[in-house]
Design a protein around this ligand. Structure first.
Ligand code: CUA
Length: 335
């Protein structure tokens, strides 16, 4: 983001500055007011309805306040009108406005959670502090597992099954769907649909520990053919380690990393505490949206994950330099 530069002579008034700050939250890849799918569209419509009604009520209240302050010192004149104003504005108006707003709110909420048949299911598992994404066929057969980057086919409804392994998290992609909690021991079902391609932001929306704010999700919406190609690539095992260095790196991985991480197609298939790394370099970010996924950041992350994201569950592993570089080269070959 480029910082805004003010001309030297112009001293900005704080009023437009505050307005710009307020409006900055109304667009971009994580705004409820720029919906990219039907669920978010119904939330945005409801939001606008609430804003318009709230603004009208605000103007009415300010008008009543102006009238009341003008009439000060003339109590006998205003008594009857004041009583009428209190009854109409304080009792009748809320009795009409609040139920009138409740009806569209409940209707929208019901539509957002109504189950519907979908060709694809994504099981989303919340962990401190990352997202495990398991793509499944509607019958439950697993297709592929990835982490922190939810790919969706454009224009298709996808069923989401949300659960958690440790504490309560909350799935929220503002441009696509409302929030829904991921609760240990329970599966919450919802759906998502994206109608325009693009890259959007999701965020854990329930405080879940020290790195709650860095539990981010990248959402990539692709045309169906491109999505199918992505899913096909994710389904496959990791590239075989052909060279001696890569084979040595696999052994290093098995000793130091495989207790938590899986690389499908190798003997490191039993660790499910951390993200599946089979196609690590196909992802845009590391550590759930904390770092851009490039070799230098990956090196820094492995060398010292607690400085990058203090309190995350990945321990620091000290390796001799040769082993470290062999492991790094191997991991960056996993595309
Ligand atoms: Cu997970 Cu907040």
């Amino acid at each position: 983001m480029t910082p805004m530069r003010w001309p030297a002579a112009a001293r900005p008034s704080p009023v437009p500055f505050v307005a710009i700050l307020a409006m900055a939250g109304c667009s971009g890849p994580a705004s409820t007011l720029t919906p990219a799918g039907p669920a978010a569209q119904s939330i945005a419509s409801l939001t606008w309805l609430l804003i318009i009604v709230a603004a009208a009520v605000y103007v009415l209240v300010l008008g009543a306040l102006a009238v009341a302050t003008r009439g000060r010192g003339r109590p006998s004149q205003g008594d009857r009108w004041a009583t009428l104003g209190v009854v109409a504005g304080g009792i009748v108006l809320p009795l009409v406005v609040l139920p009138a707003l409740l009806f569209p709110s409940v209707r929208t909420l019901a539509a957002l959670t109504r189950p519907a048949p979908a060709q694809l299911v994504v099981e989303i598992v919340g962990h401190q502090y990352w997202w495990e994404l398991r793509y499944r066929e509607p019958g439950g057969v697993e297709i592929a597992t990835t982490a922190n980057e939810l790919h969706l086919p454009q224009g298709q409804r996808v069923e989401l099954r949300l659960r958690a392994t440790d504490v309560i998290h909350s799935f929220w992609v503002p441009v696509l769907q409302g929030k829904l909690d991921l609760v240990p021991g329970k599966t919450n079902v919802t759906w998502i649909q994206a109608d325009r391609p693009g890259t959007f932001h999701g965020q854990c929306a329930e405080y879940c520990g020290i790195q709650h704010a860095l539990m981010r999700l990248v959402v990539v919406v692709q045309p169906p053919a491109e999505f199918d190609a992505w899913l096909h690539a994710q389904r496959g095992p990791a590239r075989p380690a052909v060279h001696a260095d890569a084979q040595r790196a696999q052994q290093i991985f098995l000793v130091h990393c495989a207790h938590c991480h899986v690389i499908r197609g190798t003997t490191a298939f039993f660790g499910h505490i951390g993200p599946d790394l089979t196609h690590l370099m196909s992802r845009r970010t590391l550590a759930a949206g904390t770092l851009t996924n490039v070799k230098g950041n990956l090196a820094g992350w492995i060398a010292d994950p607690q400085t990058q994201k203090p309190g995350n569950l990945m321990p620091r592993i000290v390796l001799p330099p040769d082993d470290f570089h062999a492991l790094l080269d191997y991991l960056t070959s996993l595309r």
